[in-house]
Design a protein around this ligand. Structure first.
Ligand SMILES: C[S@@+](CC[C@H](N)C(=O)[O-])C[C@H]1O[C@@H](n2cnc3c(N)ncnc32)[C@H](O)[C@@H]1O
Length: 209
């Protein structure tokens, strides 16, 4: 059965995100994607970076079904694993041991603003536990800087998010950085992306585990 979902933003941002990934990905090992959604990013990045194994995940069953369908559709069954059921707050994340030993980084695209602040904290805490020194955590999405929106459209978007759920919202980069730092990361790079989004690359610097 074809359960593929199509998320319009994915088609718009995947090329720009792919360019950032091409700067940070190493050959070999796994990248764990948290909150993969439809799976459209996953299959595109798996094809663009064949020397990496792209491990997608999502807590929504319909999204995991979509990811599986995208894997089928793109004939990636022998290269790309089936999605994991990861809800960032349900810790420890249930992750195969092979992935744990060869993880090179974690990425989450457009997730932290459609989840509670506790989810951001949990994402950073669990990533801090799983990643070893030198490995990356990349976040992509809209952020506030100095607690201010970087564009009027982000301000409007934030209001619309809060109307859907009062605990959602565009996160303040400084607060995210602080949580990252509390979990052993430094901010290595901040890249301004199209449509007023940012890519933030954190690097694990000290072993907390
Ligand atoms: C706006 S969608 C983005 C999906 C995809 N990353 C993309 O950019 O197309 C947000 C995704 O985060 C997932 N998500 C929401 N809360 C989550 C949580 N607590 N833990 C993990 N994923 C979560 C949702 O199920 C959804 O797939």
């Amino acid at each position: 059965m074809d359960n593929r979902l199509f998320f319009p933003a994915t088609a718009r941002n995947r090329e720009a995100i792919g360019k950032v990934l091409s700067r940070i990905l190493l050959k070999g090992g796994y990248v764990l994607e948290v909150g993969s959604g439809s799976g459209e990013h996953g299959v595109v990045f798996q094809k663009s970076f064949p020397e990496v194994t792209w491990q997608s995940s999502d807590p929504e069953l319909s999204h995991r079904k979509s990811i599986s369908s995208w894997i089928d559709h793109e004939e990636l069954n022998f290269t790309m694993p089936q999605p994991l059921n990861i809800h960032v707050e349900k810790t420890p994340w249930d992750i195969p041991s092979e992935l744990l030993t060869s993880l090179q980084g974690i990425i989450s695209i457009n997730m932290i603003h459609v989840a509670t602040w506790n989810c951001t904290k949990s994402l950073l805490k669990e990533s801090g536990k799983l990643l070893k020194k030198g490995q990356f955590l990349m976040l992509y999405g809209p952020f506030k800087i100095g607690n201010k929106h970087i564009s009027p459209s982000n301000d409007l978007f934030d209001s619309s998010l809060k109307m859907q759920n009062k605990y959602w919202g565009v996160r303040d980069l400084e607060k995210v950085n602080e949580e990252a730092s509390n979990n052993g990361f430094i901010k290595e790079d901040l890249i301004y992306m199209p449509s007023n989004n940012l890519s933030v690359i954190y690097r694990k610097v000290c072993l907390k585990n």
